[in-house]
Design a protein around this ligand. Structure first.
Ligand SMILES: C[S@@+](CC[C@H](N)C(=O)[O-])C[C@H]1O[C@@H](n2cnc3c(N)ncnc32)[C@H](O)[C@@H]1O
Length: 268
């Protein structure tokens, strides 16, 4: 499938499955991002907001939030969910279709977040620099950026050059009765550019027994801790905290854990 923008591949059919996938439903990051919004106390910008998994709880908690995403299908699901919310929650949300590497909302935010790794869809340093420069322009002088990445596991990277599918997640059922099982595989690995060619595979069984195998294939770039720190410094950010998990356990307390950077604009 051709890239539409850098390493980006449209989420397409994934949008209607996304909120039902057990591994996404069970992510324990929402409370962390809501708490960050509470600490910021001001408007939030979520970049790569997807279906609003994190955005809607932040709006429910009383904060104004702008969600930006490149995927029309993810945004459509987000809009449909928002339409079910009370009018005061809807009034706090603005959704924008746009590319995280280059957008201009003409305003600054107290908090800018990228929950669940949208930044890793960028596969070149040029794109990463363009994105961070764009995010910095949207951050208020005392605002905070939360850059949410996974910490690449060295043993897993070596093992993951494999073609077999893995996954033991239970099936989920869509409202129309389709039953879906998600599995995953690494279809290729570019060790020089730190890119894993990931495939998320959805086995769908329709109520009439018909079956389908749908594949969402996309490159993911992994970043190591010091690389990400240098990148942030190069783009005018000072790292304030680095967490290994959304319970704010510090980097180094578990392996591989996450790489959750909290950064501020550097002076100057
Ligand atoms: C794993 S989803 C995360 C969605 C949401 N933040 C969450 O936590 O559930 C990654 C999102 O990043 C979006 N994305 C990928 N590349 C993008 C880009 N260049 N600009 C804006 N959004 C992008 C995708 O469309 C997708 O909705």
């Amino acid at each position: 499938m051709p890239d539409q923008a850098g390493g980006y591949t449209e989420y397409g059919f994934v949008a209607e499955f996304y909120d039902y996938v057990p591994g996404y439903r069970e992510r324990r990051d929402v409370e962390f991002f809501v708490a960050m919004a509470r600490e910021a106390g001001g408007p939030v910008l979520e970049v790569g907001c997807g279906t609003g998994r994190v955005l809607i709880p932040i709006a429910r908690a009383g904060f104004e939030i702008v969600g930006l995403d490149l995927s029309p299908s993810m945004l459509a699901v987000c809009r449909a969910k928002l339409a079910q919310e009370p009018s005061e929650v809807q009034a706090r949300v603005q959704l924008m279709e746009g590319d995280m590497r280059d957008f201009d909302l003409g305003r600054e935010f107290a908090l800018v977040t990228l929950p669940f790794r949208p930044f890793q869809h960028l596969t070149t340093v040029e794109d990463q620099l363009a994105c961070l420069a764009t995010l910095r322009r949207h951050l208020a002088p005392a605002g905070r950026l939360v850059l949410d990445l996974f910490n690449p596991s060295l043993p897993h990277l070596v093992l993951s050059e494999r073609l077999e599918e893995i996954g033991s997640e239970p099936a989920f059922i869509l409202p129309d009765g389709r039953q879906v099982v998600q599995r995953a595989r690494v279809a290729g690995h570019d060790y020089f550019n730190q890119i894993q060619y990931t495939e998320l595979i959805y086995y769908v069984t329709h109520p009439d027994g018909r079956t389908e195998r749908l594949v969402h294939a996309f490159p993911m770039r992994y970043l190591f801790r010091f690389e990400a720190e240098h990148l942030l410094a190069r783009c005018g950010f000072t790292v304030e905290a680095l967490y290994a998990d959304y319970d704010r356990s510090p980097y180094g307390s578990k392996y591989p854990g996450e790489l959750v950077f909290v950064a501020r604009r550097s002076a100057g």
